[in-house]
Design a binder for this molecule. Structure first.
Ligand code: GAR
Length: 214
């Protein structure tokens, strides 16, 4: 057995779930990287707060369990998140990836999850947190923006940063053209961050995330 295969045998494939509210192009990038053997994870579940989310059909096409948790089915957000968390625990999830999940998870969910949660955000945090990050960047007039993969904490896009990459903002940019340029980078950066975490190469020390050598 060669070195690479030996390492594969010893690698623990983290049971991973993804939450997405819409199109799911980041989910697709993760599925593609996983299916081509580049990610030492097992994608076991995809959830959404939107029944019509394209992300759910992407999951189905890839043979991954998927389920919608629309708010209208619950008395409040707490009940929705409780149900969602029970579903994730039912799938024995060890890692949760937010990929365009357009809701801020409540403190109870994060505390009770018991697994790390990552998010990708389309700006260089801490600049432009929240919704419409690309619009905020264009309106502010910054020359550079980008994207950030970070651990989720109880704040708004405020958790420890894992990876960031810079993307130029051009004078003629609209929210949409900038979003498209950033998205291309997101599709590479998110799988890379997941790979680092799954290979045990990330170490959190307070706000700092150290990346150990391969
Ligand atoms: C992505 O640009 C992601 O970074 C952003 O939503 C888009 C989802 O696209 N997330 C946020 O703004 C979270 N605050 P996708 O559904 O095609 O992956």
């Amino acid at each position: 057995m060669d070195g690479v295969n030996k390492r594969r045998m010893n690698e623990k494939f983290l049971k991973t779930a993804v939450l997405a509210s819409g199109r799911g192009s980041n989910l697709q990038a993760l599925i593609d990287a996983w299916q081509s053997g580049e990610l030492p994870i097992e994608l076991v579940a995809v959830g959404s707060d939107q029944s019509e989310a394209q992300a759910l059909s992407r999951a189905e096409a890839a043979g991954i369990a998927s389920k919608a948790f629309p708010l209208r089915n619950y008395p409040d957000r707490f009940a929705q998140e409780e149900d969602l968390l029970a579903w994730l625990h039912g799938h024995k999830v060890e890692l949760l990836l937010l990929a365009g999940y357009m809701r801020v998870l409540k403190t109870d969910f994060i505390r009770e999850a018991g697994f790390p949660i990552l998010n990708i955000h389309p700006s260089l945090l801490p600049a432009f947190p929240g919704v419409h990050a690309q619009r905020q960047a264009v309106e502010y007039g910054v020359r550079y923006s980008g994207c950030t993969v970070h651990f989720v904490d109880e704040g708004l896009d405020s958790g420890p940063i894992i990876l960031q990459e810079v993307v130029p903002v051009l004078p003629e940019d609209t929210e949409d053209t900038l979003a498209a340029r950033i998205l291309e980078v997101e599709h590479r950066l998110y799988p890379e961050a997941v790979r680092l975490l799954a290979r045990g190469r990330l170490k959190r020390q307070g706000r700092q995330v150290r990346i150990s050598k391969a």
